[in-house]
Design a protein around this ligand. Structure first.
Ligand code: ZN
Length: 191
């Protein structure tokens, strides 16, 4: 496996709508190797997720995994999930103010209102259908990753730019309040 370089905000690849894959393309050894690299790069960078455009590949693949994450210690665990050609449907008008960060937007966080319940339809890395409902804080992670496949970054969705903060100022001034709200959400949904 190879660690891939991560694209930063300003690079056009992050602004393209990624190309959907056929099941044949997905089954190719090079695509499977690419998915291994994506997972390895996500884990190495301590991301909660990583989308293919973030490693300069404009294809509809993203990975999500949360396990003892030092960047997001309050996030509930999410088993490794690979989504291919995902489509999200927001299932509720309820929103949660999620303080997000992104490996492609170094040293910045901001508040994004995310739906607390989404339905995701996709394939897994073997082309098997996924059709599931994701709730709570984890629903925010899914929305963030799938946004990448449509050329969107979390900064586009920050409605109040006054919430932007560096990671160290987040720790000092915003973390305690946010973690309390995040924990309440996780307690309610179990995810
Ligand atoms: Zn991101």
């Amino acid at each position: 496996m190879t660690l891939r370089k991560i694209a930063h905000i300003g690079h056009p690849v992050l602004r393209q709508t990624a190309r959907t894959l056929t099941r044949d393309e997905l089954a190719q050894p090079e695509t499977q190797r690419f998915i291994d690299d994506l997972i390895e790069t996500m884990r190495d960078a301590h991301g909660a997720g990583l989308a293919a455009p973030q490693v300069y590949a404009s294809v509809m693949i993203c990975a999500i995994e949360v396990r003892d994450n030092p960047r997001y210690p309050y996030k509930p665990e999410v088993p490794l999930t690979v989504l291919v050609n995902p489509v999200l449907e927001l299932l509720t008008d309820e929103r949660f103010d999620n303080y997000e960060g992104c490996l492609s937007v170094p040293n910045l966080r901001g508040v994004v209102a995310r739906a607390t319940e989404v339905r995701v339809r996709a394939w897994d890395r073997h082309g098997q259908d996924i059709d599931t409902v994701v709730k709570g804080l984890t629903a925010g992670t899914y929305q963030h990753e799938v946004d990448h496949l449509y050329g969107k970054l979390f900064v586009d969705r920050v409605t109040n730019p006054a919430t932007f903060t560096t990671w160290s100022e987040f720790e000092l001034h915003h973390k305690a309040d946010f973690v309390a709200r995040a924990r309440a959400l996780v307690a309610r949904y179990g995810s």
